[in-house]
Write a protein that binds this ligand. Structure first.
Ligand SMILES: CC(C)(COP(=O)(O)OP(=O)(O)OC[C@H]1O[C@@H](n2cnc3c(N)ncnc32)[C@H](O)[C@@H]1OP(=O)(O)O)[C@@H](O)C(=O)NCCC(=O)NCCS
Length: 176
């Protein structure tokens, strides 16, 4: 057996980059052109599409699905039950959740969350589970999202409320 064939590294598309300090489960799937940066963890059965950039200290929990061309900044937490579409931006320190009534004892009760194509989430936002973030929407920095966000809508605050509709560049088209 050649050195390459006996390596304990799982086979991945050639142009995938995994930083030596990152930890990616053998059965996680990484698409071509994707980069996983320092100290990031990608758990079992997670799926990350093509040309995704996953920053430092990101936690991608088991079964999370992330589409193509996504940009995920440092310190983001993505938990089981989350599905992220294509071309989604997730700012630094954004936290998703997956259990509405967590307790230290007993099993997790996972409520799924969906983020649709082209959505952008500002730094330090918290997304309470069970919501859908519509295509092309934008979440202001530090917002706490507790309800669905319609497509192409800008929301801010705690709880996050719509303040405008926006185009695909994030420019306002109308006050909400
Ligand atoms: C939400 C955001 C897109 C709005 O930008 P904007 O369209 O230029 O809006 P304005 O700055 O004119 O603000 C409009 C109003 O919303 C308020 N506002 C803006 N951002 C807010 C936020 N994150 N949370 C709460 N209120 C906010 C402003 O105070 C202002 O209120 P007022 O009308 O009472 O004065 C922007 O503030 C934001 O949070 N961007 C995300 C930045 C980020 O996290 N980037 C990550 C990569 S570094």
């Amino acid at each position: 057996m050649s050195a390459a064939a006996s390596s304990d590294q799982p086979s991945r598309p050639k142009n995938v980059f995994v930083h030596p300090t990152a930890e990616v489960a053998d059965d996680a799937s990484l698409g071509a052109g994707t980069a996983i940066w320092n100290w990031t963890k990608v758990r079992e059965n997670a799926v990350i599409g093509r040309n995704a950039n996953i920053g430092q200290h990101v936690y991608v929990d088991a079964n999370v699905r992330i589409g193509d061309d996504c940009k995920i900044q440092n310190g983001v937490n993505l938990f089981d039950g989350l599905t992220v579409g294509d071309r989604v931006f997730i700012g630094p320190a954004v936290t998703f959740t997956n259990d509405l009534h967590p307790r230290a004892t007993g099993d997790w009760e996972i409520t799924p969350t969906n983020v649709h194509d082209g959505a952008s989430i500002g730094a330090n936002a918290t997304i309470v589970c069970g919501v859908t973030l519509g295509a092309g929407c934008m979440i202001g920095a530090g917002s706490v999202v507790t309800k669905d966000v319609p497509p192409n809508t800008l929301v801010v605050g705690n709880p996050a409320r719509p303040i405008a509709t926006i185009d695909e560049r994030g420019n306002r088209t109308e006050a909400a």
